[in-house]
Write a protein that binds this ligand. Sequence first.
Ligand SMILES: *Cc1c(COP(=O)(O)O)cnc(C)c1O
Length: 303
Amino acid sequence: MNNIIDKFPQGAAWMGGNYMDISEAKIPVLDWGFLRSDATYDVVHVWNNRFFQLDEHISRFFASTEKLRMPCSLNRKELKKILAGCVRRANFNNSYVEMIQTRGMSPTFDRDPRKSQPRFLAFAIPFGWILDPKKFDTGIDLAISKIKRISPESVDPRVKNYHWLDLVNGMFEAYDRGHYTAVLVDEKNNVLEGPGFNIFSLDENGLKTPKIGVLEGITRQTAIRLASELDIPVQEKSIGSEEFINSDEAFATSTAGGIIPITKINGKKINNGKIGKITSLLKNLYWEKHTDPQWSQSVDELI
Ligand SMILES: *Cc1c(COP(=O)(O)O)cnc(C)c1O
């Protein structure tokens, strides 16, 4: 009868005051989050039973819900408890933990967004990687897409959102051209960001990462802080496509995998196709911080 996917990864969710198995977590089709991508979300990860940069993710999530004029009704402490509860119920040591707020719906299906009752939900699923860690030495073979990222004047990219059709198109374009994934560009062909990751380029002046037209990734911010610990200068400014292809080293940053080497751009090898020295240093420091209480928080402390 109904053969829609009924297999789920292991996981737990929280909705409407209750925890449930991930397979039970559902939103009504009339929720504007589903019909219009009218939603915001954030993703934080747990590594060896510790949340990484949890307060930073929650602050960004609260700011996003405010900007979309649907402030989250939970406070920071309540939210942390719910996220930790999902991780514990799913019994994960490492996990990908997502919080979402949708516009919700109005009982009369009113088109006025002010009439809707926002909906909050959260879930924990197994930790996911943009690039399989076994492939870190080979790194990402990246395509610079022909597709322009949605203009920041139309949709604020600093609000983490589900307007992903440009990014998904970019992924298909990359697969068609034989690459692993893609980075999208602005109207001047400056490189911006890819599906769920920011980018960095290294040259003789240090690191560079785009400032405008991208989500201010928490891992991007982490990489900037780690670079300053290592006395590597970082500039937040536009990177042209040609400039990016000519990087000495390049890497992507994402909650889904941390600092991820890029070793090929549009077919040209970066750093002879090997993970770069600075990229390695930053990557190692990134994982070291996961046990540091200044950067991470135990799941059990939050329950
Ligand atoms: C989530 C995301 C990123 C990476 O942000 P992190 O906070 O580092 O995970 C970058 N770009 C887009 C479009 C994203 O959705």
